[in-house]
Design a protein around this ligand. Sequence first.
Ligand code: HPA
Length: 273
Amino acid sequence: MNNVYKKLLMCVESIQKKTDFRPEVAMILGSGLGDYADGIQIEQTIDYTEIEGFPTSTVAGHKGRFVFGYVGEVPVVIMQGRVHFYEGYPMTDVVLPTRLMGMLGAKKLILTNAAGGVNFDFQPGDFMLIRDHITVAVPSPLIGQNIEELGVRFPDMSEVYSARMRDVVKRIAGDMGIKLQEGVYMQLTGPAYETPAEVRLARILGGDAVGMSTACEAMAAHHMGIEVCGISCITNLAAGMSAQKLNHVEVQETADRVAKQFKELITAIVMNI
Ligand code: HPA
């Protein structure tokens, strides 16, 4: 059997020994939303280290566990702390948790991240609904023997981010009076922030925001038929767009500044999606 699938099955089994919770919505939440899961009605948590074969995250400030519980009436699984490609894991490991949550029953996935704004109309603190993505700078998570049990060899990617969900998110943001940008997210490997030339390249290619996650997870989810919704928090203008140099502390500070509103938006989305 395909080794990637074998590992997935091992993780699924390991989790199902601990819980029979069936999530409807899966969530992978980025910077600023690290503690979102602490505020939901928690039924059970499982540390990544308890799951046999699971790639454990090394990024400071990211908790490594799955939280199973309810947002309103909606059964959810939240990945508290994601796996990044820049940590050195192969892409198949980076998207393993996404696939895992799908195999546990999740039919919908909400992804968030912190991103640098490439579009000149964006300001730090803005939210950007992801309409589409560019992944040409990172390896595809679907490279390798195809897992037929999950999806087809050559999947269509013309609507990775569900148009239906985007409409719902726009309506909700409008009702809540939250300003919502919309655009194309470009995933780069990180961990270094981009050079100004790379940011110009991203803009020429059609990118509105740059970041180090999300698109690979969206691809893996879409491959297996999960409906995907993605929102970026624009924490800074990308390199070269302002006089300021980039650092993780400022990215975190902006993410924290708008976290309360971001959480309210996410809650409303889960309950209406
Ligand atoms: N570039 C890449 N990733 C990021 C950025 C950025 O400017 N800001 C937050 N995450």
